[in-house]
Design a protein around this ligand. Structure first.
Ligand code: ATP
Ligand code: MG
Length: 418
């Protein structure tokens, strides 16, 4: 089910990582390339500009054009007809190489030449001080252009190596981003998978719980139909069973709706300040007759001025759930005690009973949906195991905590702190 999403997520992750790497690589390459070539071009332009001075020309001519005036730079002197007049330093290039150098008077920008496997950066400039040049050395009077050349094999190699390195890194990066893409996609899917499995389990449990009362209803109604001559009085037990199961179904549907709503964050609390004392008293009064029938004592201790800020309906539901459990799991001559008090920071609510208790193993599961201990399961009027899960959601929606303490066969205490 998640395979397609996983692949799609991985592909998107990989693509993003790969684009980022490619962008980074090209920025690095372009920056290095331009930085290197800019330095060389600046050097060539600097020399060309200095050449315009008389001093330089003197230097160039008087010294007999015997040495390079600038480190790494070779100057070629071209005449009007495009013939080479001289090269400085002498014999820098062989005659065969020189054929490849040609000046282009209209191109005054540096450019790159590849000659006999070597890379050169070159810049040509015409000589404005023609007269001076002629005065100083009549021989040079025909010289019109000076071409400045520097070998850039080192830089070209550097740029080439950088390109190879970036390509290798790009391929490796592509592989790594593919793995990383799958890893990230897997990580991203873990919580989705967990909640999907939970949801699946929930639906399975819910349909199972719905099936039981439906089966009972069906069988009871079929039995009723088999004897149409019987009076309602005669069939009252069967009708009572049908009604009980319908009630059970109604409650179950309401509980499922509660979870469906809280799952989609629709559990909206209608918060207001209300008297917790009044709410506790009215709720426990509802239970008193039931407790009396069962022969269970019900004690309530609550400060009369206790108020609470929250959803009164939901807190009422919480009290019903825990009181229902206490009464359900406490037998004759038992005691149920509800205590509520306010400390400086929090409101504490405790419900203690002297009922059947919960084993250590079960204690860690009682807030799970559909959990019922084996004892609770075997009881005739057993619930669905959703009560405490709902209670937990209500308490947490009010930013509180709920937990239970219990000793098997002695009793249970449910603690809520808000
Ligand atoms: N006061 C208690 N004493 C002993 N066991 C309890 C008590 N409260 C809860 N339990 C155990 O925890 C289980 C879960 O309680 P929960 O209220 O969620 O479900 P339920 O009461 O069985 O069903 P429902 O509340 O949906 O009618 C119970 O089945 C029971 O085993
Ligand atoms: Mg319950």
């Amino acid at each position: 089910m998640f395979q397609e999403i996983r692949i799609r997520l991985a592909a998107i992750n990989t693509l993003i990582l790969f684009i980022l790497l490619a962008l980074l690589g090209s920025v690095l390459y372009t920056f290095t390339y331009h930085q290197l070539y800019r330095n060389i071009d600046q050097m060539l332009i600097g020399i060309a500009n200095r050449t315009q001075t008389e001093h330089y020309i003197k230097l160039l001519t008087e010294k007999g054009a015997g040495r390079a005036v600038e480190h790494r730079v070779i100057s070629l002197l071209w005449d009007k007809d495009g013939n080479l007049h001289a090269q400085i330093p002498q014999d820098a290039f062989s005659a065969a190489d020189l054929v490849n150098f040609k000046t282009n008077p209209s191109n005054q920008q540096p450019y790159t030449l590849l000659i006999a496997g070597h890379n050169y950066r070159t810049l040509s400039r015409s000589i404005p001080l023609e007269e001076d040049l002629a005065n100083l050395q009549p021989d040079l009077k025909n010289v019109q252009m000076i071409q400045y050349i520097t070998n850039i094999d080192l830089e070209a190699k550097l740029v080439r190596n950088l390109m190879i390195l970036l390509l290798v890194m790009g391929i490796a990066g592509g592989g790594i981003s593919l793995l990383a893409g799958f890893f990230l996609a897997n990580r991203a899917l873990i919580p989705i998978n967990v909640s999907w499995n939970k949801q699946q389990q929930f639906v399975a449990d819910a349909s199972h719980e719905l099936r039981t009362p439906l089966a009972i209803l069906q069988s009871q109604l079929e039995l009723l139909l088999r004897h149409p001559e019987q009076t309602i009085e005669e069939e009252s037990i069967r009708i009572h069973t049908v009604l009980t199961e319908i009630k059970r179904l109604g409650r179950l549907v309401a509980d499922l709706l509660f979870f469906a709503r809280s799952e989609s964050n629709q559990l909206e609390l209608e918060q207001s300040r209300f008297s917790l004392y009044d709410l506790i008293n009215t709720t426990t009064e509802q239970f008193r007759p039931l407790a009396e029938i069962k022969g269970v004592r019900l004690n309530v201790f609550c400060e009369s001025d206790l108020t609470f800020y929250g959803d009164q309906e939901r807190i009422h539901q919480l009290l019903l759930i825990i009181l229902d459990n206490a009464l359900k799991f406490t037998s004759e001559n038992g005691l149920i005690e509800l205590r509520c008090q306010k400390s400086k920071k929090a409101i504490k609510l405790e419900l203690e009973d002297t009922g059947i208790g919960i084993s250590e193993h079960d204690l860690s599961h009682i807030f799970d949906r559909f959990f019922r201990s084996d004892k609770a399961r075997s009881r005739v009027q057993g619930g669905t195991g959703l009560g405490l899960a709902i209670a937990k959601q209500i308490v947490e929606a009010h930013h509180g905590q709920i937990w239970a303490e219990s000793i098997l066969n002695q009793g249970t205490t449910i603690h809520c702190v808000f």
